[in-house]
Design a protein around this ligand. Structure first.
Ligand code: NAD
Ligand code: GLY
Length: 361
């Protein structure tokens, strides 16, 4: 078992290890949380882990109520948040009643948003059950719902009281969900920690085989990286945006493909594209670019036949540019483990790099 402490405006611990879910009651009491709790989850996660959590809480003397929302990104909405407010009122949730978000990033963001706003804020406990949620979304306090076709349009910075990352839950993840998280793990290493990248290269097979030791280490080191970045820039005013490495082009690819491509694959292409841009700008050495590309291929994150819809991707980037007052910000690697932020990437260079993907297929 491992622990990371986030030292923020409101500090908290992230507990990482196998079987952690069934120690939730203990960690809640250690954090001074009340003897009532509301679990927010979805039917898929409830079926897998709801009973184990409820039993643990009952054994530790908690009175817990479980609220469910359907599965899916579309539940990150004000409508679903409103129905959760009604449910919370019906079960007499008070200012001191913790909300436990049990699930992936969708549940974490939605339940986090509800916790941030209900009664002007009730304690939030994150129990992330996807790799992406364990290494990224449960850490750092961004909570939100989507609105007006825009992702995370309405939200807050609201830090949890506690994060419990049970790596055993990752064993039931569909492959594509594991791949989404793996892309974020690789991103963390590339932006901050060259030695972690080497560790991932050496241990990729065990990680993909879901070995407890490597899973725990990969989640721990990714959380540590995110903690260090967020501690330096909690409100996302500068440095924190390095965590968007691979996401500028990655998001455009997801939009252009109408979300018919995995998030992890889109981010993987985005990371390689940004690395190629940096190489063509004379910054990233070709050996580093090849090392990154080889590793992403080994991680099975390169899609087989990209045939990227170039025009649509470029349109999507241009749309983002309008949204961001004419400037598109790229996070580019100088070397593996070291990145910088720039808005000086020529659109023609980005286009050349994307054309390159199509020529390879
Ligand atoms: P998700 O929450 O939709 O989960 C993916 C799927 O896996 C769902 O069908 C879910 O029911 C299922 N699932 C969850 N745990 C499981 C388990 N242990 N076994 C089997 N199935 C399981 O998706 P996600 O990738 O976890 O999160 C994506 C969301 O996270 C997006 O809404 C994104 O905007 C958000 N996000 C937020 C932040 C942040 O800082 N707040 C960062 C990154 C992403
Ligand atoms: N996922 C990026 C962030 O938390 O800032």
């Amino acid at each position: 078992m491992k622990k990371v402490r986030l030292r923020l405006s409101s500090s908290y611990d992230v507990h990482i290890g196998p079987g952690m879910l069934t120690q939730t009651g203990h960690w809640l009491m250690e954090s001074g949380l009340s003897d009532r709790a509301v679990i927010i989850t979805n039917p898929i996660v409830k079926e897998l882990y709801g009973e184990a959590l409820e039993q643990n809480l009952a054994r530790e003397g908690f009175e817990a109520v479980t609220l469910q929302v359907p599965d899916g990104e579309e539940q990150k909405s004000l409508d679903t948040a409103t129905s959760l407010y009604h449910e919370l009122s019906k079960c007499y949730a008070e200012r001191t009643t913790p909300i436990i978000a049990l699930g992936g990033g969708v549940i974490g963001d939605l339940a986090g948003f509800v916790a941030a706003t209900y009664l002007r804020g009730v304690p939030l406990v994150q129990i992330p059950t996807t790799l992406l949620a364990q290494v990224d979304s449960s850490i750092g306090g961004k909570v939100a719902v989507n609105h007006d076709q825009l992702k995370n349009k309405i939200g807050a910075f609201y830090q949890p009281k506690l994060v419990i990352s049970d790596i055993s839950t990752l064993k039931t993840l569909p492959d594509k969900e594991f791949a989404n998280g793996l892309a974020e793990v690789i991103k963390s290493a590339v932006v901050w920690d060259r030695e972690f990248f080497t560790y991932l290269e050496m241990n990729l097979d065990s990680l993909k085989a879901l070995s407890d030791r490597e899973l725990e280490e990969a989640v721990f080191r990714s959380v540590k990286i995110k903690a260090e970045v967020v501690e330096k820039d909690e409100k996302d005013l500068g440095l924190r945006s390095i965590l968007n490495y691979g996401h500028t082009i990655g998001h455009a690819i997801e939009t252009a493909a109408d979300f018919g491509i995995g998030h992890g694959e889109a981010i993987a292409i985005g990371m390689i594209a940004a690395a190629r841009i940096s190489n063509r700008m004379g910054i990233l050495d070709i050996k580093e670019l090849n090392r990154l590309t080889d590793f992403i291929r080994r991680a099975d994150l390169m899609i087989e036949t990209p045939r990227l819809a170039l025009e649509r991707i470029i349109q999507a980037v241009r749309h983002d540019k309008k949204v961001m007052a004419g400037k598109i910000r790229f996070v580019l690697p100088k070397a593996i483990g070291d990145v910088f932020i720039t808005d000086k990437v020529e659109p023609s260079l980005m286009e050349q790099v994307l054309v390159g993907f199509n020529e390879e297929s």
